[in-house]
Design a protein around this ligand. Structure first.
Ligand code: NAI
Ligand code: MG
Length: 499
């Protein structure tokens, strides 16, 4: 895919930046010298190359992380780790426009969204900078002739594999809690979007991170990601991505009984009762599905609408969807950019074809004709969708909404819970009794009322059912990187006297 797409576009060699990965405090190439191309989704042109790490490069990175862990990082105080995290946040804030621009050029997303992403990434480092000094055990109420307590200790080297939809934010969600816990790590960004993390790595030494504490390895999923998962010195894997890869990782990790935590996306219901504020509801449906081109794990792509407002709702949502401005992400007027890759554009286009056979089209439904370059997909609304349809059950990860009518509260809850996933859900109503009843009945790790998508570093993020396990963010996020040691101290000096 990379070589043909590169050949299609006439990008001068000089415009392509050659990045290195960051291992043991140094920027290095892959041992075998292999690289892969990185694209601008709005031009389809190659903008950079990155090292394609093989197993030997991953081994070098993991060994560096292991040396750093046992060589001193374990005993660096929470205060000092916290200060490093604060400095990382400062660097992101100082480089906000540079990093946001690069994120947009590399991922396709609107610049305004990238700027918010940089703020979110910085806030995440700040939150865990504060938390680094608040990780402690508990004293346990054992009998008077003993003392018992718990100690919290870092699990060791963490392997972290992240996706391309929120590149620097996903890196922050992984790196920040692991550093707060006292772990060292090898993180692999997605092969589509490795650039902003490599840019941030330029500051790792200056903020006080010793060599080997955070290693950034770039490369292909099965090769570089697979090598991280299989490495004997990696104690824990944190993964965000597809369910298919989550299953592979879980099988591979099983051999070593390696700890895993997963965020595997979803097919989240966004439920609209007829008493909801109508204008807000329509906006909320569009925002919930189309933000970040719909490339969002918690996308509210199953829109459930009560029958008495159903027709009016579909018409209003379709009319608004048709006004969403598509274009290159760097244009500040752009509300939706191209999808991240040719592969993702084709995958979503495949679902549009399936959807046209399964339901009716209210808006979009194809690729826009007015761009001669760029992996664009029209914001699409399917309606009269049956909940058993593929477009109602499978994660599409693009700007595609499936609208499903429902009769009453029981019907809405039944449909909402009827997928294998359980990441997020939202309910829109002005009836507080109903809101709470529905909140309690939904099987989802995140439930919003009268909004969809707001995400705060203080609050836990993760899913029920096939959406994964473990939680990121908040104090839950740091738990994933900690072991609990139970300590018992005998205060009774007389012999045990059993034998
Ligand atoms: P993916 O799951 O293949 O990629 C995510 C990360 O896993 C990347 O860093 C990739 O290099 C790595 N990876 C891939 N195969 C691996 C393996 N065998 N061992 C270790 N690491 C591996 O996701 P992809 O192919 O980019 O997107 C496919 C679908 O996955 C999307 O259409 C979407 O439905 C879902 N997805 C969900 C995300 C979420 O936030 N939960 C994020 C990205 C994709
Ligand atoms: Mg994949």
């Amino acid at each position: 895919m990379t070589s043909t797409a590169a050949a299609r576009t006439k990008i001068r060699k000089s415009e392509v930046t050659h990045y290195k990965m960051y291992i043991d405090g140094k920027f290095v190439g892959a041992k075998g010298g292999k690289t892969f191309d990185v694209f601008d989704p709005s031009t389809e042109g190659v903008i950079a190359t990155c090292p394609a790490a093989g197993a030997e490069d991953v081994d070098r990175a993991v060994k560096a992380a292991n040396r750093a862990f046992y060589g001193g990082w374990r005993s660096v105080t929470g205060q000092e780790r916290g200060r490093i995290l604060f400095r990382l946040a400062e660097r992101i804030r100082a480089r906000r426009s540079e990093l946001a621009e690069l994120e947009t050029v590399n991922s396709g997303k609107p610049i305004v969204e990238s700027e918010y992403d940089m703020d979110d990434a910085a806030t995440c480092y700040e939150y865990y900078g504060g938390l680094a000094t608040k990780i402690n055990g508990e004293v346990l109420p054992v009998p008077a002739d003993a003392v018992a307590f718990t100690m919290r200790e870092p699990v060791g080297v963490a392997g972290q594999i992240i996706p391309w939809n929120y590149p620097l934010v996903m890196a922050a969600w992984k790196i920040a809690p692991a550093l707060a816990a006292g772990c060292t790590m090898v993180i692999k960004p997605a092969e589509q979007t490795p650039l902003t993390l490599l840019k941030l790595a330029e500051d790792f030494e200056a903020v006080g991170l010793p060599p080997g504490v955070v290693n950034v390895v770039t490369g292909d999923g099965p090769v570089a990601g697979g090598a991280i998962v299989k490495h004997l010195q990696v104690r824990k894997i944190a993964f965000t991505g597809s369910s298919a890869v989550g299953k592979i990782i879980m099988r591979e990790a099983a051999d070593q009984l390696k700890r895993v935590s997963f965020e595997l996306g979803g097919k989240s219901p966004n439920i609209f009762f007829s008493d909801a504020d109508f204008e807000n509801a329509v906006d909320g449906a569009l925002f919930g599905t189309f933000i970040n081109q719909g490339e969002v794990c918690s996308a509210g792509s199953r829109v459930l609408v009560q029958r008495d407002i159903y027709k009016k709702f579909v018409d209003a949502a379709a009319a608004k969807a048709k006004t969403i401005r598509l274009g290159p992400g760097l244009d500040r007027e752009t509300k939706m950019g191209p999808l991240v890759s040719e592969e993702q554009r084709d995958r979503v286009a495949g679902y549009l074809k399936v959807g046209r056979g399964e339901a009716k089209v209210a808006a979009g439904g194809g690729t826009p004709k007015r761009f001669d370059k760029g992996w664009y997909i029209e914001p699409t609304i399917f309606y009269d969708v049956d909940n058993s349809a593929k477009i109602a059950q499978e994660e599409i990860f693009g700007p595609v909404m499936s609208v499903i009518p429902f009769k009453d509260e029981a019907d809405a809850i039944r449909i909402a819970n009827a997928t294998p996933y359980g990441l997020a859900a939202a309910v829109w109503t002005r009836d507080i009794f109903r809101a709470f009843r529905v909140v309690k009945a939904l099987e989802a790790g995140i439930v919003w009322v009268n909004h969809m998508q707001p995400t705060f570093v203080e609050a836990p993020w993760g899913g029920y059912k096939a959406s994964g396990f473990g939680r990121e963010l908040g104090h839950w996020g740091v738990e994933e990187y900690l072991e609990t040691k139970q300590v018992f101290i005998n205060l009774d000096e007389k012999p045990i006297g059993w034998y």
